[in-house]
Design a protein around this ligand. Structure first.
Ligand code: ATP
Length: 585
C-alpha cells in the first residue's frame, strides 16, 4: 500500500489562478484567471513571448511565488486534486532552477551522490546503484569524475552542468519535476538530448515533467506531449503538441508555413512587440475559451485523485551533520583560493610583520622607553586585526554563494538549517585553524614577544578564538546581504567602527558617553585587552600599557568575553538566516 502511494502518478491542476502585483501605476495582473492541467506520464512545455507569465505560472505551481499584501495569488493549485504547500511540495516534486547552483569543487558524481545520501532510503550499495542509474540516464558517464568548475577551476561543459542539476533532483525519483528554461545556454544538439531524456523519464516511469522553454528547435517541439501557450498572462492554447496544435491554429486561420519551425511560428504570432499580434490577442483568447477551455475543464475534472505522500526526512540530524561536514571539507580543501593562496598569504603577512617589528626590545636595558612600549602595543593590536581579517574576508566572499546552495537544498528538504550551520561552521573553523597557528609560529618569535610557555599558549588560543570570531562575523555579514559584492562593500562599514572602538586608537576613558557603548560590540577590544595584558603583565617597562589603556577586564575575562561574543554573533547569524530564508528562496 505504501509502495503504491509512492509511485502513484500525479496530475498537477490549477483553477481560476490569478496573480496580481500592486505597482506604482496600479494593480498589474500577471496571471489572469487561468486554468489548466499537466498530466502524469507527459512532458508539458509552457511557451509564450517574453513577459507572458510563463515563469510566474511555473513558480506558482511550485509554490514559490511571492505572496504578501502587494502580491496576491488567488485560485487553487492542486496535485491529484489535493492542495499542497511549499513545505509539502518536496514530498512529491522537485524544481530545477534556471541557474545551476552546484559547488564548483565537487565532481558530477559527488553532487548527485550527495542528494542520494539524503534522499534515498537504503544501503550504500543501493544508493550507488541509483546514482549510476541517473548518471547513465542523463548520459553523464564520461564526465562523472570531472569537477563542476567555475571561475578558477576548469570544469564540465554547460550542458553537463545542467544535466548534473537535473540529476541532483532526479536521483530522489520525484513524481513531478519542474524546470525553468532547462535548455537556456545549451546548443541545439545538447538541448535535444536533454529534452529527450526528460521525455523518457516521463514516459517510462509515469512521471510529470513541466518546463518553460524559449525557442525550441523543430526536433524538440516534436517531443512535447502537451503545450501551453501564453500571452499577457492568459492561455491561448492548451492541449496536445505535434499536429493537433497546428491543426487547431490552422482551423482558426493561423497557418504555420510548411517546413518552418512551429516553435518559431507560434512565437512570431505571440510576441507583443507587433501591433498586429496585439490586435489578435483577443481573438486567440476568445478562440481558446470557446473551443478548448471546456475540454481542459473536463480533463481537470477527470484528473487523478489521491492523497499525497508524506515523506519523512530519510536521515536524522546526527546523520545529516557528518555528510554536510564531509562535503564542506571537500569544497573547502579543493578550493585553491581557500587553501593555497590563503596559506601563502598568511606566511607572507606574518613574515612582513616579523620583519617590521623584528626583535623588539623587551625594556630590560631601557625600561622607560615609551617608543618601545608603543611599538609592542601596536604590534599586538595589529596581529589581532590581521588574524581576524584573514578569516572574515573569505567567509564574506564565500558565504553568499554557499547560502544559495543551502537555500536550494533546504528547500528540497535535504537537511535542516541547524545541521547545515553546525556542519559548515565546524569545517570553516577547521579550515581556518592552521592560519592563526602559522601566524603565531612565525610572528611571535620573530618579533620577540614574551618568552614564557603560559603566555605563548594564551596568545595562541586568543588568536585562534579571534580567527573563529572572524568566521562568525563573516557569516553575519554574508547573511545580511544577498551577494558577495554587496557583502564585501558593506563590510568596512561594520568592521571599521569596531576597530575604532577597540581602545587602541582612542583611549576608552575618553569616549563620549553617548557612543562609548559601541566598544562592547567590538571583538578587537576583547582581543586587544587579552593580548596586551598577557604581554605586559610581566615586563621591565615602567610605563605599563595595562594602566595607560584603562583596561577593565582581566586577560581571562577578556578572552571569555571574546568567546561569548563569537557564540552570540554566530547565533545572530543563524537566526538572521532563518528570518531571511523565506525571502531569499
Ligand atoms: N513581482 C513582480 N512585480 C512586478 N512585476 C512582475 C513581478 N513578477 C513578474 N512581473 C511581471 O509580470 C510579467 C510576467 O513575468 P514572467 O517572468 O512570468 O514572464 P515570462 O513569460 O517568464 O518572461 P521571460 O520569458 O522574459 O522570462 C512580466 O511583465 C514581469 O515584469
Amino acid at each position: 500500500m505504501k509502495n503504491q502511494a509512492k509511485y502513484l502518478p500525479i496530475d498537477i491542476t490549477f483553477k481560476d489562478l490569478k496573480y496580481t502585483v500592486a505597482t506604482k501605476n496600479g494593480d498589474k495582473v500577471i496571471l489572469n484567471n487561468i486554468e489548466g492541467i499537466c498530466k502524469s506520464g507527459e512532458v508539458t512545455a509552457i511557451l509564450g513571448s517574453s513577459g507572458a507569465g510563463k515563469t510566474s505560472l511555473l513558480n506558482g505551481l511550485c509554490k514559490r511565488l511571492q505572496v504578501d499584501k502587494n502580491h496576491r495569488l488567488e485560485g487553487s493549485i492542486l496535485a491529484n486534486q489535493k492542495k499542497y504547500t511549499s513545505k509539502s511540495f518536496p514530498n512529491f516534486a522537485s524544481y530545477v532552477m534556471q541557474d545551476d547552483i552546484l559547488p564548483e569543487t565537487l565532481t558530477v558524481r559527488e553532487c548527485i551522490a550527495f542528494a542520494a545520501d539524503f534522499k534515498i532510503k537504503g544501503s550504500k550499495e543501493e544508493k550507488e546503484k541509483k546514482v549510476d542509474e541517473v548518471i547513465k540516464t542523463l548520459k553523464l558517464e564520461r564526465c562523472q569524475n570531472t569537477l563542476i568548475g567555475g571561475h578558477f577551476i576548469k570544469g564540465v561543459s554547460g550542458g553537463e552542468r545542467k544535466r548534473t542539476s537535473i540529476g541532483f533532483e532526479l536521483v530522489s525519483n520525484p513524481q513531478v519535476i519542474f524546470l525553468d528554461e532547462p535548455t537556456s545556454g545549451l546548443d541545439s544538439f545538447t538541448a535535444y538530448i536533454l529534452i529527450n531524456e526528460l521525455r523518457e523519464y516521463a514516459h517510462n516511469t509515469k512521471k510529470t515533467v513541466i518546463f518553460t522553454i524559449h525557442q525550441p528547435s523543430t526536433d524538440i517541439w516534436q517531443m512535447f506531449d502537451r503545450i501551453i501557450l501564453m500571452v499577457h498572462g492568459q492561455i491561448i492554447y492548451q492541449g496536445p503538441g505535434k499536429d493537433q496544435i497546428l491543426n487547431y491554429f490552422s482551423r482558426n486561420a493561423f497557418h504555420c508555413p510548411h517546413n518552418s519551425n512551429p516553435g518559431d511560428y507560434f512565437l512570431s504570432i505571440m510576441h507583443s512587440e507587433s501591433s498586429t499580434n496585439v490586435q489578435n490577442f483577443p481573438r486567440y483568447i476568445e478562440n481558446y475559451q470557446q473551443q478548448l477551455q471546456g475540454l481542459v475543464h473536463e480533463e481537470i475534472e477527470q484528473s487523478n485523485i489521491s492523497d499525497l505522500e508524506k515523506r519523512q526526512q530519510v536521515l536524522n540530524i546526527f546523520q545529516q551533520i557528518p555528510l554536510i561536514i564531509k562535503r564542506c571539507l571537500k569544497i573547502n580543501f579543493r578550493n585553491p583560493i581557500l587553501v593555497k593562496s590563503r596559506t601563502i598569504q598568511s606566511i607572507i603577512m606574518a613574515t612582513y610583520i616579523g620583519l617590521i617589528w623584528f626583535q623588539l626590545p623587551d625594556g630590560k636595558n631601557d625600561p622607560l622607553n615609551n617608543v618601545d612600549v608603543q611599538n609592542r602595543a601596536g604590534l599586538i593590536y595589529f596581529l589581532s586585526v590581521s588574524v581576524f581579517m584573514e578569516s572574515v574576508n573569505p567567509c564574506v566572499l564565500t558565504f553568499p554563494v554557499d547560502k544559495a546552495t543551502f537555500l536550494r537544498e533546504e528547500n528540497a528538504k535535504l537537511y535542516g538549517q541547524f545541521a547545515y550551520f553546525i556542519g559548515k561552521f565546524f569545517v570553516d573553523i577547521l579550515s581556518n585553524l592552521p592560519l592563526p597557528i602559522l601566524d603565531t609560529l612565525i610572528a611571535y618569535f620573530m618579533t620577540g614577544l614574551r618568552l614564557d610557555t603560559g603566555a605563548f599558549f594564551f596568545y595562541l588560543i586568543t588568536m585562534i578564538i579571534m580567527s573563529i570570531t572572524g568566521v562568525s562575523v563573516g557569516y553575519f555579514v554574508g547573511t545580511l546581504f544577498k551577494d558577495a559584492n554587496t557583502s564585501m562593500s558593506m563590510m568596512p562599514m561594520i568592521v571599521i567602527p569596531f576597530m575604532l572602538f577597540s581602545g587602541f586608537y582612542k583611549n576608552r576613558s575618553d569616549y563620549a558617553s553617548w557612543i562609548g557603548w559601541i566598544e562592547y560590540l567590538s571583538p578587537f577590544k576583547y582581543a586587544f585587552q587579552a593580548l596586551c595584558i598577557n604581554e605586559f603583565e610581566v615586563t621591565y617597562f615602567i610605563p605599563n600599557p595595562i594602566k595607560t589603556y584603562n583596561f577593565e577586564f582581566s586577560k581571562g575575562e577578556a578572552l571569555g568575553l571574546l568567546i561569548v561574543y563569537m557564540i552570540v554573533v554566530s547565533m545572530i547569524a543563524f537566526f538572521l538566516l532563518s528570518i531571511f530564508k523565506k525571502k531569499l528562496q
